[in-house]
Design a protein around this ligand. Structure first.
Ligand SMILES: Cc1ncc(C[n+]2csc(CCOP(=O)(O)OP(=O)(O)O)c2C)c(N)n1
Length: 348
């Protein structure tokens, strides 16, 4: 029978922090090459998805196509906090995180185009990918279904004596599902090394926040599970990174999960099939003016980190990576129908 935790080992009542300080103060804490690497991955996500949108409208991507437009600071800031052996349970807005954890741009395009070279070898729909060998839980479509699995992965790591942390992303809509509550509660009770990153993009498909929760803020839910919660500006990559890095340290130290609420706006449709006419124009304009990539570029220029030469070379590299990746994917064969049952079971 599991022993209950002695009272003195329990965390003191945890309060949610509503907002962390602005990132200007933190610029000096990360070396320039790390800051530039973050910008590269943010730009790469946008560029790969931009090409993905074009491929989708050309009819070359089967099924629905999703982007993380406006989420890049959350995805990159959080994923950059992980150590090489840590584990990731991403969702449909988190493209850069897959690439940062080792899936190549070529494999991403092969996945989009349903080719043999994609992580699911052409078996699953475009953004539904992952690779357990590279520590990425294949994305479970059902909202928040990855959260209990992330908790289970963290438990397995602990039982094996591995000091690994599991970071999982989910949306505001996902927090209303039973799987989310069960997963967060389990991780909290057993103080599992999990980092819970909420991408609050203000809409779950067409459902706005006031139809999603009666709480004043999602971050306040953390207290109900006895875990800390911190709310950050989801368009500020350094604010997200600082919160995620602190949560990773906490998780690795055995202090359990942290909920990080990152606020942004989904500035495109839920998928490309959604014209998102339900999002007020003024709200879209307000957040479009706060584009996370542009905001980070401006800061890096002001801090003398992003010179014109570095900027140009990075833009060239991003464009080249997209071209090379797409060419690699196009050269990858379509899956052979005779192999359709291969890979259904682990031994194949
Ligand atoms: C259990 C379940 N219900 C409904 C869906 C269909 N669905 C997929 S994503 C989504 C909205 C998700 O909203 P949110 O969690 O806020 O993430 P976002 O898409 O906004 O990033 C819905 C309704 C699903 N996949 N699983």
């Amino acid at each position: 029978m599991a022993k209950s935790m002695p009272a003195d080992k329990r965390p003191a009542t945890v309060k949610s922090k509503r907002e962390s300080p602005r990132s200007e103060e933190r610029a000096g804490r990360l070396p320039a090459d790390r800051l530039l690497e973050m910008l590269y991955f943010m730009r790469l996500q946008r560029a790969v998805e931009d090409r993905g949108v074009k491929l989708y409208y050309q009819g070359r991507i089967p099924g629905a196509y999703f982007t993380g437009w406006g989420h890049e600071a959350i995805v990159v800031g959080a994923a950059a906090a992980l150590a090489p052996d840590d584990l990731l349970a991403p969702m449909h807005r988190d493209l850069a995180a897959y690439i940062m954890r080792g899936i190549t741009v070529g494999e991403v395009f092969a996945q989009f185009l349903d080719r043999e070279g994609g992580p699911t070898r052409g078996r699953d729909g475009n953004v539904h990918m992952g690779d357990p060998r590279r520590g990425i839980l294949p994305f479970i479509s059902h909202m928040a279904a990855s959260v209990p699995v992330a908790a289970g992965m963290a438990l397995a790591c602990r039982q094996r004596g591995e000091a690994r942390v599991v970071l999982t992303f989910f949306g505001d809509g996902a927090t209303s599902t039973g799987a989310w509550h069960e997963g967060v509660n389990f991780a909290a009770v057993f103080r599992l090394p999990v980092v819970l990153v909420l991408e609050n993009n203000q809409y779950a498909y067409s459902t706005p926040l006031d139809r999603q929760t009666a709480a004043q803020a999602f971050v306040d839910k953390a207290a109900g599970y006895g875990i800390p919660g911190v709310a950050v500006d989801g368009n500020d990559v350094l604010a997200v990174h600082e919160a995620a890095a602190a949560a990773v340290v906490r998780a690795r130290d055995g202090a359990g999960p942290t909920l990080i609420e990152c606020r942004t706006l989904r500035v495109r449709g839920h998928s490309e099939a959604d014209k998102f006419s339900y999002v007020p124009k003024a709200l879209l304009e307000e957040w479009a003016a706060r584009d996370p990539i542009v905001a980070f570029e401006e800061r890096l220029r002001a801090w003398g980190v992003l010179s014109a030469e570095i900027d140009e070379a990075m833009q060239f590299r991003v464009a080249q990576d997209v071209e090379d990746g797409l060419a690699w994917a196009e050269a990858s064969p379509e899956p052979d129908p005779a192999t359709v049952t291969h890979g259904v079971y682990a031994e194949e």
